[in-house]
Design a protein around this ligand. Structure first.
Ligand code: AMP
Ligand code: MG
Length: 342
């Protein structure tokens, strides 16, 4: 029921753009993760995106535009800081929160006076944007709560039969969602770490605060800076626990639990240390943050199946650069549960 189209075929690009022009929705590759796109100016289309994902309506969507010149179509003002960020990082994995214009439906922003905007780098997404001729709202193309999709197969696993089409552009280059920075606050605030690092943001903006939800769980009654941050995210069905300490200590901890249906998510070089503790899935070398970012969601999806009843995960100890984004996704999948094995 869901058509699988190909990003390297111009006829397929046009077919997807036609779906979007006609008020439909479709999954598209981006350099971060696959997005579920639709006309951001049409409240009914936006409603269809939420429905297909099963996304809570208070979790706002990111609006994608073709270039910084399109910003005034969706935001009321373009501050110098936004221009500086755009010059440094667009097109690319950075989303900027700015005051919204009235053309953006309440549903996109969950009623907020701000809108999150990004210029994506993926050539196929950019081609579809140009051919569709409207800003595209595009949250990650997964069922709400699941690990984000980094391949067309991940999208089909979650949404086959629920959306008209997915454009296959191969595996995503970055592998984690965009960095989100809120410029409606002073100083600017990092709401979600991603492919553009906190250090890179500070080099352009000076002071940038990190939202508390990036590093710890929100209290249920606390108003989150980014509404989506209060939900359990990126999580396989089985509970995930991060195990600190060195690999030998962590493996001893897992063995001591004596669980029959446990699985381990660890770095490539640790696989042998965990042999015999249960199913072992690796997601890249601890020294290669790019590989970890590309691998994290696929690994979490591999572990999201019946027969896996608990997951022990190894999390990077560094949190500079892209490590911060990898840590954030893994800690969110673990609902910030960390045990020390040392
Ligand atoms: P996703 O589309 O699944 O990548 O998630 C988009 C995320 O962007 C949301 O969960 C929010 O954290 C953030 N976001 C979108 N719009 C806004 C906004 N107006 N203000 C603050 N954060 C936003
Ligand atoms: Mg998402």
């Amino acid at each position: 029921m869901t058509r699988l189209l190909h990003a390297d075929d111009p006829a397929d690009i046009e077919a997807v753009a036609a779906v979007l022009r006609d008020g439909g929705i479709a999954a598209l590759p981006t350099e971060t993760v696959y997005g579920l796109a639709g006309n951001a100016l049409d409240a009914d289309v936006v409603g269809a995106i939420y429905a297909a994902k099963g996304r809570p309506s208070d979790n706002p969507l990111i609006v994608h535009v073709a270039s910084v010149d399109d910003l005034p179509r969706v935001v009321r003002s373009v501050p110098d800081q936004a221009r500086a960020l755009a010059a440094a990082f667009w097109p690319g994995p950075l989303t900027i929160v700015l005051p919204r214009r009235d053309v953006i439906p309440d549903r996109v922003t969950a009623g907020r006076d701000s809108v999150a905007v990004r210029v994506p780098a993926h050539e196929a997404f950019r081609a579809v944007l140009r051919a569709a001729g409207v800003p595209l709202a595009a949250p990650s193309a997964n069922r709400a709560g699941s690990p984000s999709p980094t391949t067309a197969q991940h999208v089909l696993h979650d949404l086959d039969g629920r959306i008209p089409a997915v454009l296959d552009g191969g595996p995503c280059e970055v592998g984690v969602e965009s960095t989100v920075v809120d410029l409606t606050r002073t100083p600017p605030r990092l709401l979600r770490p991603g492919g553009v690092s906190l250090e890179q943001l500070r080099a352009v903006l000076g002071d940038v605060q990190v939202d508390p939800a990036v590093v710890g769980e929100m209290a249920a009654d606390q108003a989150p800076g980014a509404p989506g941050m209060k939900y359990r995210h990126y999580a396989p069905a089985a509970p995930v626990v991060v195990v600190d300490g060195d690999a030998a200590q962590a493996a001893a901890y897992v063995r001591a639990q004596g669980l029959d249906h446990a699985a381990v998510l660890c770095f490539d070089e640790e696989a042998s240390a965990f042999a015999g503790t249960g199913e072992v899935v690796t997601y890249g070398s601890a020294d290669d943050p790019e590989a970890l970012a590309r691998g994290i969601f696929d690994a979490l999806r591999t572990l999201d199946r019946p027969g896996v009843e608990s997951i022990f995960a190894r999390c990077p100890t560094r949190d500079d650069g892209l490590y911060r984004a990898v840590r954030n996704r893994l800690l969110k999948a673990a609902a910030f549960r960390v045990v020390s094995a040392s």
